[in-house]
Design a protein around this ligand. Structure first.
Ligand SMILES: [Zn+2]
Length: 237
């Protein structure tokens, strides 16, 4: 997406936007469609995957970040989570920061964040949280909830006086993109409220069905334009 398209998106009725289309305009998403010659993703973990999301390509447009935050808040409101019962939003560093800030601004809440140090999320004492602060977790992208759980632990270890917002006994986390490998399996401890949810699968190289089909496994970042060719072919001009 270029800056002109991003500007035009500002102020569009969110209902009219299919969020997956926004992601496609921004070249932020590739999902394996099975075209002849289409590669699949080789992740940093060594696993192979049938999808890849680069949310930075969307969130780097603050107006799109605002549209996403606005609609995420609408979904939270449907669950009774509103400006009146959220005192603070917490997000991890770094990719979730602008989204968390925007959600907090619109909900008239505080915004705090944990900090990334040696692949961990730490509470560094930068912020003061009064007793009884009701905290909403916001993350831009959720795969396994690993980071989400670490953020909450880091906050609670240093701030036992706060409470995290719950729904039906589960902690709430709002996210733009939820991409687990099995949507039918609910999380025992978290209620995830996503704008977009899509199963994206990971396999070890030996078990990868896409390799068996003859597709080659490539690192997405250095080959992103090649992946996008297939994404564009799917979405059309
Ligand atoms: Zn493979």
């Amino acid at each position: 997406m270029n800056i002109e398209t991003a500007r035009k998106t500002l102020g569009l009725e969110v209902k009219l936007i299919a969020f997956e289309d926004v992601f496609a305009w921004c070249d932020a998403i590739w999902i394996y469609r099975g075209f002849e010659g289409e590669p699949h993703a080789l992740l940093a973990s060594g696993k192979h995957s049938d999808g890849y999301i680069n949310l930075n390509a969307v969130l780097q447009f603050p107006n799109l970040c605002a549209v996403l935050a606005k609609d995420l808040i609408k979904r939270l409101e449907k669950h009774g989570i509103t400006t009146g019962n959220v005192d603070a939003v917490v997000s991890s560093s770094f990719a979730a920061l602008t989204l968390g800030q925007e959600v907090a601004r619109r909900m008239e809440a505080m915004f705090v964040f944990t900090e990334k140090e040696e692949k961990k999320q730490k509470w560094t004492g930068r912020f003061e949280l009064p007793k009884g602060t009701r905290i909403l977790q916001v993350e831009e992208l959720i795969t396994t909830l690993g980071t989400t759980r670490k953020v909450r632990e880091a906050v609670l270890n240093s701030n036992p006086q706060v409470e995290f917002i719950k729904l039906d006994g589960k902690i709430v986390v709002a996210t733009v993109f939820y991409r687990p490998d099995n949507l039918a399996r609910p999380e025992p401890d978290y209620q995830i409220i996503p704008l977009i949810q899509k199963e994206i699968h990971n396999w070890s190289p030996e078990e990868c069905p896409l390799c068996k089909k003859g597709s080659s496994a490539l690192k997405p970042k250095p080959n992103w334009q090649r992946f996008l060719e297939y994404q564009r072919r799917f979405h059309g001009p």
